[in-house]
Design a protein around this ligand. Structure first.
Ligand code: ADP
Ligand code: MG
Length: 329
């Protein structure tokens, strides 16, 4: 395989971005001026975009297969947080040059995940420049069933899926802020490179959750979005925050909590459930097989988060990731 080749823009598109099998609701995919899809009846269309920029969202040594997976996964995660079913994606990719080995691996990571969720790539843009990837996903949600950030009410319980902090732990190792054992690195890097969007959990939550968000910037930051938009405050019981054995073994409980609350890129869901729906939650999430944990409760407020550890107030160092208030390394 050549590391560079005379492939032009249209050759690249045809060879790498033209999927052989498309969903039946795609009338026209890659190759025309626009794609055409058939909308579903009694549904609303959910649309979301996320960009990954080299040096900001990933280091240049990220395996291209992981990058392909992650670029799609972070977008599917937004669909999950809305309770939407992802159907169609577009991919705007800026490449510094044509490296076919790189493209093959990127596409294999991207399409493996797309096929798993029956999502079709229906268009995009291919340009030359510093490596950057923008994916836009379109999904559908039964009319009136989407999960908003603004739907939570005082008294609702706060939940998270899966476990938190592993992705941030891997990132800290990559940034040489700490040193993991090879096994700890393998487990946490898997979470960092291959986040699993909680799409099926999102479907289950449509009828029971009052609000939801996916955790991309750390639980502390992302929960605040729900709180502010829902005019609530929250008390979190930190002893219930789900952490992997890898995380607590690598850095202990205190620092582990810091990763779980402020380390980004977990792509788990944080959601709220009214007391009246508590009994339905187990059934609602049973089909997804996704583990979940209750971590706190809402009260009236304007976005405050009170942290408790075994009933005692707890002080947390550092806050979550904000692109405009932090300088990345
Ligand atoms: P236009 O000149 O109309 O902007 P382009 O030449 O950019 O069209 O793209 C040609 C076709 O290839 C379009 O259908 C576009 O959606 C598709 N396309 C371009 N880049 C990508 C990509 N990275 N992934 C998927 N489809 C792409
Ligand atoms: Mg174009």
């Amino acid at each position: 395989m050549r590391s560079s080749s005379p492939l032009g823009e249209f050759d690249i598109i045809e060879k790498y971005f033209q999927q052989s099998k498309l969903r039946q609701d795609v009338l026209l995919g890659v190759g025309d001026d626009a794609a055409l899809v058939i909308p579903a009846e009694n549904s609303q269309i959910a649309i979301s975009t996320d960009t990954l920029v080299e040096g900001v969202h990933f280091f240049s040594d990220i395996p291209p297969h992981a990058l392909g997976h992650k670029a799609l996964a972070v977008n599917l995660s937004d669909m999950a947080a809305m309770g939407a079913e992802p159907r169609w994606v577009t991919l705007a990719i800026t490449l510094p040059g044509v490296d076919e080995t790189w493209l093959e691996q990127f596409c294999s990571g991207f399409f493996d995940l797309a096929e798993y969720f029956n999502v079709s790539l229906i268009g995009g843009d291919t340009t030359k420049g510093p490596l950057s990837i923008t994916v836009t996903v379109h999904g559908i949600v039964p009319a009136g069933k989407a999960l908003y950030r603004s739907g939570a009410k005082p008294g609702d319980r706060v939940y998270v899926t899966g476990s938190l902090g592993d992705s941030g732990l891997a990132l800290a190792h990559l940034q040489q802020q700490l040193s993991l054992t090879p096994q700890q690195l393998e487990l946490s890097l898997k979470r960092h490179y291959y986040p699993l969007p909680r799409v099926l959990a999102g479907y289950g939550l449509r009828d029971v959750a009052s609000a939801a968000i996916d955790i991309s910037d750390g639980l502390y930051n992302d929960l605040q979005h729900i709180l502010r938009q829902s005019h609530c405050s929250a008390t979190l019981n930190l002893e219930h925050i789900p952490m992997s054995e890898t995380l607590s073994e690598a850095v202990g409980v205190d620092r582990g909590l810091q990763f779980a609350l402020t380390g980004g890129e977990d792509y788990e869901l944080c959601f709220t459930v009214p007391e009246s729906n508590k009994g339905s939650l187990e059934t609602a999430l049973a089909y997804s097989g996704v583990p979940y944990t209750v971590i706190g409760q809402l009260a009236p407020g304007t976005g405050e988060i009170r942290l408790h550890y075994q009933e005692q107030p707890y002080h947390l160092e550092g806050l979550g990731w904000d692109h405009f208030s932090h300088e990345n390394k």
